[in-house]
Design a binder for this molecule. Sequence first.
Ligand code: AMP
Length: 414
Amino acid sequence: MNYKAPRGTHDIFGINALGLNVLEQKARQIFIKHGFEEVRTPIFEDASLFTRSIGEATDIVEKEMYIFEDRKGRKLALRPEGTASLVRAYIEHRLDISFPSGKFFYSGEMFRYERPQAGRYRQFYQIGAEFYGSLSPSADAEIIMLVCDVLSSMGIEKVNVHVNSLGCQKCRPLFRETLVKYFTSIDDLCQDCLRRLQTNPLRLLDCKIDSDKFINVPKMNDFLCDDCKEHFNLVQNLIRSVNCTYIVDPKLVRGLDYYTRTVFEIRSNALGAQDALAAGGRYDNLVKELGGQDTPVVGFALGSERVLMAAQHSGFFSTLNKNEKVFIAIADQDLISEAFAFSIKLIRNGLKGNNDISVFGPVDNKSLTAQLRFADKIGASKTIIFAKAELGEGKVLVKNMIDKTQNAVFIGQL
Ligand code: AMP
């Protein structure tokens, strides 16, 4: 039987695996500079944690969760995103009391039963961070700048930063009511819009099918209470003060229920339909709703695969894996142990002080010609050949694989 990776999943290898590693490392360095600490949560949680936090009437909860029962009949779900788990951990370990202004980050696989397409998978990687305990607009601005810095560290400079404010529990209900009235007056709404009109009317704003029909749609900005308006203005002033170009986008509502006030999305022109690299915002009620102390939070998640696609587009991949490849060949099979010991020494100590090398070989039972062919195939720049005559004089042959010249060199000089 031929097996294939399940639909919507993908194997990551070669330059993409290297790229993912570099992205995670760079993000980690930037998080640490901003004072964030890492948290690793389980890949599965009680399914109800996600239903409760993300919201019953969201795409994720309605149709995208991987839910299963364990042997004791517990209803569990593979995590579709990182925030709910982090908030659960934050409350469970009483960090809301001991560490109320905590800054935490995470990275790992997320699972959503979505229709697969370029840039949209059923298992994908996210990197995210959450800043707890600050109502200040500077926390929102810091999170937005942090994402921009991570993208820029991957060579992605040309991005569109969309920001909006969804208001708070005081001002959003009137906006919601006005929206419902407005949308009820529109004919021919699509099935999704008709359903969401009852459950989650804000989502109609970002409907891809009906958006052309929506003219003069009420804008949240006109409904913001004074506090929310001031907060949103300050967030904008702060990001402007550090030269971030952004667009106020009244259609940006985000798919998850827990957002309050600031929401943002960072998009790339280099990608196709799935152009969102990262998204986030503020969720001031989530910790309390899940049973913790009243603690405001602002956070984000970026999609690693999409960031890697944009990084590849910007030429960043050409800067990766600059290690020189060195192949160790044996002209006489019985020199395998000398060659092996030498290869380990090279890996540990480098070649003439150069530690940025990758060492291949020796391989057994292959002719020297076959070994040299292999060295060419993997892109080795040098092959170090162990041959009896030279080794008798304490030397090996160093073959330059580019110009094919070859010299006998004392082993001690390498
Ligand atoms: P969200 O958790 O929906 O706010 O998404 C945050 C980011 O994760 C998005 O901006 C995307 O970059 C990425 N993302 C979300 N869903 C997927 C998916 N199904 N496949 C790949 N990346 C995704």
